[in-house]
Write a protein that binds this ligand. Structure first.
Ligand code: TGC
Ligand code: FAD
Length: 392
């Protein structure tokens, strides 16, 4: 079993910009991960299984609904604390962060923002404690980057809605108790519905064969004439902007998370380069290896600064969707590049599970695609700066 020797890296002394509470929250998450998750993650990754025993620990560190008010069971933290938790989780594994992202930003957030008081009381405390796990169904087999084209639909049947359609690539779906499902009404308007496990006609088959995010369960959501009670409609907002607003929150968390994955790769590469001798000296002493390490910490530091500023803007309610897109896109690509360079520094050992590098690298191939692909985020920036829509 690999010992988790990770140490944070803070080249520009950014800790000085954090509050004592931020540091406590981050350090508690890091300590829990080292104790309870790092020792098992490689094993679960190889078995392609989500380690469900970590759910109470995730709830304990505040990873389920970090910024949801305490009256609903959330942790009532600010956006920077939320980001720091996502960074620590993804430092361990992107799948761990995914589970928390979906639960917090894609399930609890829409219920909190757009749900009735009864829906909030019924679902939020259970989601915060981990008694319930949720999932978010937006993507369909033929509608990924273009969710507005979705065909999943519901019809008003007087005392209930009748839901039909299918969602694909849904994180947590195989074991979720509740799904936030985006579907069109008879007028073609997108709405959110809370679909609960056990409803007749609702199934959640698992998708197998992923070489990425193997410690996170992914599945389908299939709706075959599902009778959804009327009280399960999220009444607060309709239109594509409703699910996209949830994505803003999740993409922000991913921007922080990707820094965590990059930090873990850098940390491992730096240590390995000092310990590994070739030609009679540590490989850290060769200029070519120093170039890789120096560029890695430079890019990580730039991402840390970008993301902390984004967190400040989010705390003030001023961050735009386009600013979030820029950080998600930049940081995930940065992390992928860092992982590839770190893999080379580890030589042949870099392809084994003795080190976390290949796992991070494979995970990041999903992260660069989900929550808006690398291309889509570039087009969002392009639209924002030129006013010209290049999606179609
Ligand atoms: P468009 O016409 O631009 O917009 C439709 C309406 O939405 C509004 N809007 C937003 N509102 C809130 N937040 C945002 N970020 C918003 N972006 C747009 C917009 O103002 C408009 O409002 P209204 O009132 O005028 O109707 O829509 P479009 O169809 O042209 O699409 C734009 C595009 C391509 C950017 C969007 O569809 C997109 O982001 N596509 C990517 C899809 C995506 O990210 N899917 C993610 C699925 S969930 C997931 O991957 C979870 S992974 C989980 C994990 O494990 O972490
Ligand atoms: P496509 O949209 O078919 O894109 C294919 C390629 O075409 C991409 O390179 C893309 O950038 C490019 N492209 C598309 N449109 C354009 C354009 N206009 N201009 C230029 N290039 C374009 N979804 C959920 O709803 N909930 C989840 O919980 C969830 N979890 C996921 C977990 C995993 C592990 C993965 C891999 C995906 C998950 N997704 C989830 C789905 C994810 O959001 C989609 O995969 C993503 O939005 C891309 O859609 P797609 O795979 O259909 O690719």
């Amino acid at each position: 079993m690999r010992t988790d020797q990770y140490q944070g890296h803070d080249y520009y002394e950014m800790d000085e910009l954090l509050t004592d509470e931020h540091k406590l929250i981050r350090d508690a998450a890091r300590a829990w991960i080292k104790k309870d998750v790092s020792p098992i993650i490689e094993d679960y990754y190889e078995r392609s299984e989500f380690p469900s025993q970590v759910i109470p620990g995730l709830a304990e560190i505040g990873a389920f609904g970090p910024y949801i008010p305490t009256e609903y069971g959330g942790a009532g933290m600010d956006q920077i604390a939320y980001g720091l938790i996502m960074q620590e989780l993804e430092r361990c594994d992107s799948g761990l962060r995914s589970t928390a992202s979906v639960q917090s930003s894609l399930v609890m957030y829409p219920i909190w923002k757009y749900g009735t008081e009864e829906q909030k009381q019924k679902f939020l405390p259970k989601l915060a404690s981990g008694e319930y796990i949720g999932c978010f169904g937006l993507t369909e087999p033929d509608h990924g980057s273009n969710p507005g084209g979705m065909i999943t639909n519901f019809k008003d049947q007087g005392d209930h809605y009748l839901l039909n359609g299918a969602k694909l690539w849904i994180s947590n779906s195989p074991f979720a108790q509740v799904a936030v499902v985006w579907a069109k009404n008879e007028d073609g308007r997108i709405n959110g519905l809370l679909v609960e496990r056990g409803m007749e006609g609702f199934t959640t088959p698992e998708m197998k064969g992923k070489w990425s995010l193997r410690a996170s369960a992914t599945g389908e959501l299939v709706f075959d004439n599902v009778k959804v009670p009327k009280e399960n409609l999220l009444p607060g907002r309709s239109g594509l902007g409703a699910p996209l607003s949830c994505l803003d929150s999740a993409r922000y968390g991913i921007a922080w998370g990707a820094i965590g994955a990059a930090l873990d790769c850098y940390d491992s590469a730096l240590r390995y380069s000092k310990e590994r001798n070739q030609f009679g000296k540590p490989i850290a002493g060769f200029q070519l290896q120093q170039k890789k390490l120096a560029e890695m910490i430079t890019e990580i530091t730039k991402a840390q600064l970008l993301t902390l500023r984004l967190g400040q803007l989010r705390n003030e309610g001023r961050a735009t969707s386009a600013q979030i897109s820029m950080a998600k896109r930049n940081n995930v690509e940065m992390a992928l590049k860092v992982a590839r360079e770190a893999r080379q520094i580890h030589g042949g050992m870099g392809v084994t599970n003795e080190y976390p590098i290949m796992r991070h690298m494979m995970n990041l191939e999903s992260v660069v695609t989900y929550e808006g692909t690398h291309d889509i985020h570039l087009l969002i920036t392009g639209l924002d700066i030129t006013g010209e829509n290049a999606f179609v």
